[in-house]
Design a protein around this ligand. Structure first.
Ligand code: NAD
Ligand code: UD1
Length: 348
């Protein structure tokens, strides 16, 4: 079965690509490489070659807003006699701060890009899509755990583009309820790396998220971690989040494809998180255990747009997808560190 993986060279996409290939899927990655390295697909191939795996990976450099290119990809797949049966749509921009300074660009890439993609799918009668949504759409709430019925109130343009795409899916589904199979996965905090240490997270520039930042402190690329507030209403005063191992998240996508394949039609939105909340200080402690090093940090004022606690209710994922996250915080930190220490400068 052929899967089109948009954004497949990114942090999340690269791990999903590897898993899909290991499961025997034929994978076409479409990525513009605006936020990823061209070395990613080589790293995926190298890993599979070391395991003597036969695999079918085709990487296309291009933009999801390029309709002609999308049509060519679907058309070529038909000519190959391997029509694209499912799309996993991850391509998009994800920086909260950048979305505040350049909102139209976010609407263009995320929303117009998604519209272009689903319009092309419609033309080629490919009706099955898994979409990467985000817990950011729940907005500023401390009412945890958060389930899928929680009110949506995103507080930044990035989050609003995710809601707009979910709404677009909803309208599309209602217009043709016999055909479309849509699963919008709302990720909490995907972190960690493939246990081989051959692929992992490699943000461009200064990381804004906790895990890549703390990893770069541990490897000596940054002096010290800034802890954004120790006066939150949490047990130790630092912010609590739901960190989910990237391999658990990737497995959730395989389960989502299985789920869609078992349906005539459907539209579901499903949280993917660990279901547990860990504080920044707990992460620092575990990182120190995993690295055997002291992590220098300083307490700073709270970051705008942060909440005290955010973690998922994952009952729906368990029930509908039969998916349960298996990896511990220890494994997350061990794998993050394994990747960072083997690749101090990422893919460079
Ligand atoms: P990433 O930036 O590493 O990956 C996104 C990929 O999309 C990159 O390789 C980038 O080059 C590509 N891309 C961007 N614009 C494109 C375009 N116009 N055409 C083609 N390719 C394009 O990000 P990620 O962390 O892997 O996130 C993947 C998806 O998951 C994103 O949609 C993001 O919003 C969503 N998400 C991520 C997180 C997270 O914490 N990482 C949380 C929730 C949701
Ligand atoms: C952030 C984004 C969110 C996005 C998510 C995944 C903001 C306000 N929120 O969420 O929209 O969906 O990333 O990409 O940007 N922390 C530090 N020091 C750091 C970095 C983070 O103390 O250098 C703290 C934060 O205050 C928070 C926790 O670590 O308590 C996790 O932060 P982060 O990794 O940025 O994730 P989110 O805040 O969940």
């Amino acid at each position: 079965m052929r899967v089109l993986l948009t954004g497949g060279a990114g942090f999340i996409g690269s791990h999903i690509a590897l898993l899909l290939l290991q499961k025997g899927y034929d994978v076409v990655i479409l990525d513009s490489f605006v936020n990823s390295s061209s070395k990613v697909t080589k790293a995926i191939s190298n890993y599979l070659l070391t395991k003597s795996f036969n695999f079918n990976l085709n990487t296309i450099t291009g933009d999801i807003r390029d309709k002609n290119l999308l049509e060519k990809i679907f058309n070529d797949s038909i000519i190959d006699n391997k029509p694209i049966q499912t799309v996993i749509h991850l391509a998009g921009l994800k920086s909260v701060s950048e979305s505040l300074t350049n909102p139209l660009h976010y609407w263009d890439v995320n929303v117009c890009g998604a519209k272009n993609l689903i319009a092309t799918m419609n033309e080629y009668k490919c009706y099955s899509i898994v979409f990467s949504s985000s817990a950011t759409i729940y907005g500023l709430t401390d009412s945890v755990p958060i389930d899928e019925n929680h009110q949506l109130s995103p507080i930044n343009p990035y989050g609003r583009t995710k809601v707009a795409i979910e709404n677009m899916f909803c309208d599309l589904y209602k217009s043709n309820m016999n055909s479309w199979k849509i699963c919008s996965l709302r990720y909490f905090n995907p972190v960690g790396a493939h246990p081989s240490g051959m692929i992992g997270e490699d943000p461009i520039g200064i990381p804004s998220n906790l895990f890549p930042y703390i990893s770069q402190v541990a490897v000596g690329r940054r002096d010290s971690l800034k802890v954004f507030g120790d006066d939150w209403d949490t047990d130790d005063g630092s912010g609590v989040r739901d960190y989910i191992h990237i391999m658990d998240l990737s497995e959730g996508h395989i389960k989502a494809i299985d789920f869609l394949n078992s349906k005539e039609s459907c539209f579901e939105f499903i949280n993917l998180g660990s279901g547990n909340g860990y504080s920044v200080f707990q992460i620092i402690n575990q990182f120190e255990l995993s690295t055997g090093m002291k992590i220098p940090f300083s307490i700073q004022k709270r970051r705008d747009g942060d909440v005290a606690k955010c973690f998922a209710d994952i009952k729906k994922a368990k029930k509908l997808l039969g998916w349960v996250p298996k990896r511990s915080l220890e494994q997350i930190c061990n794998d993050s560190w394994n990747w960072q220490r083997r690749n101090p400068h990422g893919y460079k």
